[in-house]
Design a protein. Structure first.
Ligand code: HH2
Length: 275
């Protein structure tokens, strides 16, 4: 995968994506960065701690969250992307489901688009990514964020997610996105119960039939809180366990909040996987 001026060999080790939410309402770090400078400093810190990519998001996708307008989302993310592009060498990703936000972010210095709708909200995103030679993460989500956690059901969890992601990757390819610029993500917590999330982590290798690098984002999510009965600020160890399982089962990229700690967890898990 080519990002910024770098070639990332996603088969060589597991890569770390640091989360930078510039939103007032994200479930774990919402409202932390009131000014763009604070968010930029947090991004710089994550890069120093070993993040390979920084994922900047301006719209919370948490269950029940309200959509934000194009202008509001742009106003949140663009100064942060511009600031980071000057300050860090690591590639920047824009977490958005809107093609116009993706377009502006890529112009401002991002080189990856992380689309949690897997091109269902806005197909134009694929054309924007193709035009910029950007990488594209396609995530599976069942239903809109407002309602996705209302009794999600599957007849064949892995099969349905695999065919959704296969169709999304096909759309991306048809729009001109390079085959090796596409990553897939089963979307932990996006229209999934606790059991679905655990099954996905356990059976992640089954998605490798799609021939794309797999990204996974279990960080501090509610399935960990449900198992441990702990609030979001106490989910680091649970996140480490989920991240370890994901790495052993073939994740190429892991999206996390606690970069310093998870870089260590991932390096050890990766060493075991490759032993
Ligand atoms: N999870 C979240 C957001 N974006 N992108 C990918 N590819 N995979 C994920 O699992 C994923 C994602 C939700 O987590 P977070 O960003 O911490 O919270 P919020 O959506 O409330 O901002």
């Amino acid at each position: 995968m080519r990002l910024r001026d770098r070639e990332l060999d996603l088969s060589s080790r597991t890569f770390v994506m640091g989360i930078l939410n510039v939103t007032p309402d994200s479930f774990s770090d919402g409202g932390l960065f009131r000014r763009p400078e604070e968010a930029v400093l947090h991004g710089v810190r994550m890069a120093e701690e070993g993040a390979d990519i920084l994922d900047v998001g301006g719209e919370s996708t948490r269950p029940g969250s309200e959509p934000v307008t194009l202008e509001e989302e742009s106003r949140r993310v663009l100064p942060v992307i511009e600031g980071l592009a000057k300050r860090v060498k690591v590639p920047l990703s824009i977490d958005t489901t809107k093609s116009q936000v993706a377009e502006r972010a890529l112009q401002a210095g991002a080189s990856m688009v992380n689309d949690t709708s897997g091109l269902t909200d806005d197909l134009q995103t694929a054309y924007v990514a193709a035009k910029h030679g950007a990488a594209l993460v396609l995530m599976h989500r069942k239903g809109q964020p407002e309602v996705m956690q209302e009794d999600p059901r599957y007849d064949d969890l892995i099969g349905e997610i695999a065919s959704f992601l296969k169709a999304s990757a096909r759309k991306a390819k048809d729009a001109g996105v390079g085959e090796d610029q596409i990553a897939i993500d089963p979307g932990i917590g996006f229209g999934k119960t606790l059991e679905h999330n655990l099954y996905l982590l356990k059976h992640l290798t089954e998605l490798s039939v799609l021939g794309k690098p797999i990204l996974i984002g279990p960080s501090r999510k509610s399935f960990i809180g449900k198992i441990l009965n702990l609030p979001v600020e106490d989910r680091m160890e649970g996140t480490a366990a989920a991240v370890t399982a994901a790495v052993l089962n073939g994740a190429a990229l892991v999206r996390v909040h606690d970069v310093k700690e998870m870089v260590r967890v991932i390096r050890v898990a990766d060493a075991i996987r490759r032993a």
